[in-house]
Design a protein around this ligand. Sequence first.
Ligand code: PLP
Length: 406
Amino acid sequence: MLRINDNFNRLQASYLFVEIDRRVDAFTAKNPDADLIKLGIGDVTMPLPPSVIREFHRGVDEQASADSFQGYGPGRGYDFLREAIAQVDFASRGVSVSPDEIFISDGAKCDSGNFQEILSPDATVAVPDPVYPVYVDSNVMAGRAGVWKEGRYDRLVYLDGTPENGFVPSPPSKPVDAIYLCFPNNPTGAVATAAQLSAWVEYARSHRSIILFDAAYEQFIRDPSIPHSIFEIEGADEVAVEFRSLSKTAGFTGTRLAYTVVPQKLTGTDSDGRSHAIWDLWNRRQSTKFNGVSFPVQRAAAAVFTEEGQREIQELSSYYLENARLIRSAMEEVGYRCFGGENSPYVWVESGGDSWEMFSRLLEKAAVVVTPGAGFGTCGEGFVRISAFNDREKVTAAIERLRNNL
Ligand code: PLP
């Protein structure tokens, strides 16, 4: 008899997007002419930049000729891409990351979901609340989260994000083995200062824990004092890995390219007390279960790290940031307290009550769809997330409706 992994029974059904769809469907059935504006999803709307498209085509053409054809690529990604990333994303900011420490992949979702495989099954894991659900669910599947009791898993350590701490939690009082952090944050839009990140690095060094740092939104940082990478903090290369993605940065949500930085210095200990390089374990894991990103996509991605590509992606992120600014100032104008939306594409709006109630109010009165914060964790209740990923005309129209109807 086929026995399934019982841990899957412990997953909480993701009611969030199902329930959003149900309510939106009911609304459109009642109001068939309503022109719905969706500011709920975190997907980009702008096309790939011209230089990326050019290199994408070149990569495809190279596959058409025997002298440039590429079969299976190098496991960690092509040198031309890893070298460009090391130079442009790190060396140019004074951070030392070697191309060897970069693992190219097809998504920060898979990498941030898969990384827990190399942790001990009984490792203690800390997750932010509100949270990008992948960190929690991947640990539930692995049996590391315990059971669901009163709205939380009993073996996870929750790091509460609140208006008081600006949605940047401090290290917990007890020791944990692994810590997920995400800045700029999804869903709150919070960013962490160097001092706040240093406190985490210090904590991880003193408890010999690992920080799994998700920097999928670093491109949206404009404040020069805010670190783009955990590796800007001294000593982080002994305690952290970092997930990056071209999804939001360069419009790659449908093209797929991301990377994870695993420093050579980072080690963990087995049950016999022997030390192992995390790089070796991740390399072993990836070479067993992953066969690389397609060659034309790696060509396209390399264009992002040219001068022209950097200029283009800067324009892309500025476009979404301007949307975020418009959304935030409109919501503040009508009296809502807002967080995020400054170095981030997400505006986190205090609903002043039940987040589903605000969701319904925005839907009914303005035909605007947002995301109720309760779907991201206990601490998300009382907030809604408004995404800046949309066309300017839609954002402007949504703002007009919010101004007139709230
Ligand atoms: N990390 C965070 C915090 C995200 O919000 C997302 C996407 O929404 C991802 C990772 C996934 O990125 P990718 O498209 O590279 O899988």
